[in-house]
Design a protein around this ligand. Structure first.
Ligand SMILES: Nc1nc2c(ncn2[C@@H]2O[C@H](COP(=O)(O)OP(=O)(O)OP(=O)(O)O)[C@@H](O)[C@H]2O)c(=O)[nH]1
Ligand SMILES: [Mg+2]
Length: 198
């Protein structure tokens, strides 16, 4: 049986230009790894067909969004296209404290804020398409997607998503390695003491 020690959870932020495959990778990772959960953002954009409130997003009005913003209830927030998006602080804190990890599907603006405020608990991954043709094929490329791409330089890890399966394996490898970082293994000192009979 595997021995699990208490550890400090981490936040894995995934960003990419639209259509580079971020949500496919995120979904596969969530299925594969039982110790990471998705952060459900608040947004002022209307739900799309098939989206469920509380699962895909918390769909809220602009008034409530601003109230939450002013109340400091977001870990980060940003305006993307014509809508507001924000990561609720509470659930992320609870998950990290319980030694589990949180997956965040957020843009570069949100990632910058997390880098400033919660760097120690943050791991950032940027996903790039292998070519612009690929991106255009998968999409409806939007004007702001070029802007998003300019921010690849601010991320810890950069993935070229040539093949989804390989990309998921790589994100899993990043996650596994980051979990093993000494600072996150908060149960290790006690374990070593026990090991040495102290
Ligand atoms: N900063 C920030 N960005 C968010 C948050 N939630 C979602 N986003 C980003 O907002 C953008 C638009 O998301 P959606 O409205 O769901 O649209 P989408 O079709 O999923 O867009 P893409 O993921 O870019 O293809 C994406 O880049 C998301 O990563 C959040 O809480 N904070
Ligand atoms: Mg998306």
């Amino acid at each position: 049986m595997e021995l699990t020690l208490p550890r400090q959870g981490l936040m894995l932020a995934l960003s990419s230009p639209s259509g580079a495959g971020k949500s496919t990778i995120a979904r596969a990772l969530l299925e594969r790894d039982p110790h990471i959960t998705m952060s459900v953002s608040c947004t002022t954009r209307p739900p799309r067909l098939g989206e469920m409130d509380g699962r895909d997003y918390h769909f809220i009005g602009i008034d409530l969004f601003l109230e939450m913003m002013e109340g400091g209830q977001f870990l980060e927030h940003a305006r993307v296209f014509d809508n507001f998006y924000g990561t609720p602080r509470g659930p992320v804190g609870d998950t990290l404290a319980s030694g589990r990890d949180v997956l965040l599907d957020i843009d570069w603006q949100g990632t910058q804020q997390l880098c400033l405020n919660v760097r120690a608990d943050l791991v950032t991954v940027f996903i790039l398409p292998p070519s612009m043709e690929e991106l255009e094929q998968r999409l409806r490329t939007r004007a702001q997607d070029g802007d998003e791409m300019d921010h690849w330089f601010e991320y810890d890890y950069i993935l070229l998503n040539t093949e989804v399966e390989r990309s998921v394996t790589r994100v899993q490898a990043i996650l596994d390695s980051e979990r093993l970082k000494r600072d996150r293994q908060i149960g290790m000192a006690a374990f070593v003491n026990r090991l040495r009979g102290r």
